[in-house]
Write a protein that binds this ligand. Structure first.
Ligand SMILES: [Zn+2]
Length: 324
């Protein structure tokens, strides 16, 4: 059983794992289901890890490299290792060692760092757990003396994450969460469909498909007035320059974006937003960013961008007794 934790990567990966197993909820994943999901992940890692740059399917390796630097499928010397990549992936997605035996042999056991399930003794660092410290940086995860203890279902969820994420226009990973489970499942399903298409068609670049932001905008538009708060994470686990940008899209901002998708010229809106260096989604989500964009963008783009800001402000004065 895969429990949904508070960690956005684990949650998104858990939904993706459920989708890979053809189930409606991560909580329905049993041992067999986890085995099947792990086998599928390992298979895709094996295939991507053997490609030369630019060969059909290369896009998947790019995604893996942006999430798990130095891990078996993307390590620069991956081809030299005599053991197949898929087998090495299966090794670290395998069952948890029996906690009693671990303790007998002098090892330590903790509750899983993500879902709190007891009996976790396998610890992961940056190469497998995106945006964590390296397992060698003992000071930063001192309580576990290097790496974070993770149960098997959470380890599998973290490696199902690529399937439930998408790639932004600037090449970052995009993972979207929502505390409303039905919306979180739906948005992960939308990204999952593109990942599956990329794998099936052997995309060499993520530019062959829509950018994550445009996919999300279309997703929001399809929901119409029924919106929840979306937490949009843009991130990269790059070795030298790891990044995490978080943007919260309120239900009101999402409803506005849905309406604009229906009524406005979205290509022109995107073009206007681009003059300010952003996507319409970001400008609708962040009032400060929006004000800054209006102040700095070329004159032609100002009236176009204004529609992203919602109702004009003076409406409050209209309701005062003097003006009624
Ligand atoms: Zn766990």
């Amino acid at each position: 059983m895969l429990l949904l934790s508070h960690h956005p990567f684990q949650r998104s990966g858990a939904w993706a794992a459920a989708l890979l197993a053809g189930l409606s909820h991560p909580g329905l994943l049993d041992g067999d289901g986890l085995d099947r999901v792990a086998a599928r992940i390992a298979e895709d890692c094996e295939r991507a890890g053997r490609l030369a740059k630019g060969e059909p399917g290369w896009a998947w390796l790019v995604r893996l490299a942006g999430m798990y630097p130095q891990s078996p499928p993307v390590h620069p010397s991956r081809a030299k290792n005599p053991r197949p990549i898929g087998a090495r992936v299966l090794d670290f997605l395998g069952p948890d060692p029996d906690p009693e035996r671990v303790a007998e042999q002098g090892g330590r056991v903790w509750p899983c760092w993500m879902c709190q399930a007891p009996g976790a003794s396998i610890r992961w660092g940056k190469d497998r757990l995106p945006l964590a410290d390296s397992a060698q940086h003992i000071n930063n995860s001192a309580v576990y003396s290097g790496g974070y203890p993770l149960c098997r279902p959470c380890r599998i969820a973290l490696w199902a994450l690529p399937y439930g994420s998408a790639t932004s226009g600037s090449g970052m990973n995009v993972t979207v969460g929502c505390w409303d489970e039905s919306i979180e499942r739906a948005v992960t399903t939308a990204y999952f469909a593109v990942s599956e298409q990329a794998l099936a068609e052997g995309w060499t670049s993520w530019r062959q498909g829509p950018a994550a932001e445009d996919l999300l905008w279309r997703f929001i538009a399809d929901r119409g007035s029924e919106q929840g708060q979306l937490d949009v994470l843009r991130w990269s686990n790059d070795n030298r320059d790891p990044r995490l940008d978080s943007r919260i899209l309120s239900p009101a901002a999402a409803r506005r974006l849905a309406e604009l998708h229906r009524t406005a010229d979205t290509a022109e809106l995107r073009r206007a937003a681009r003059t300010a260096g952003h996507h319409p989604l970001d400008l609708a989500a962040d009032p400060d960013l929006f004000a800054q964009a209006l102040a700095t963008t070329p004159r032609w783009a100002v009236p176009v961008l204004r529609s992203l800001g919602g109702d004009p402000q003076p409406s409050t004065t209209v309701r005062t007794p003097a003006t009624r």
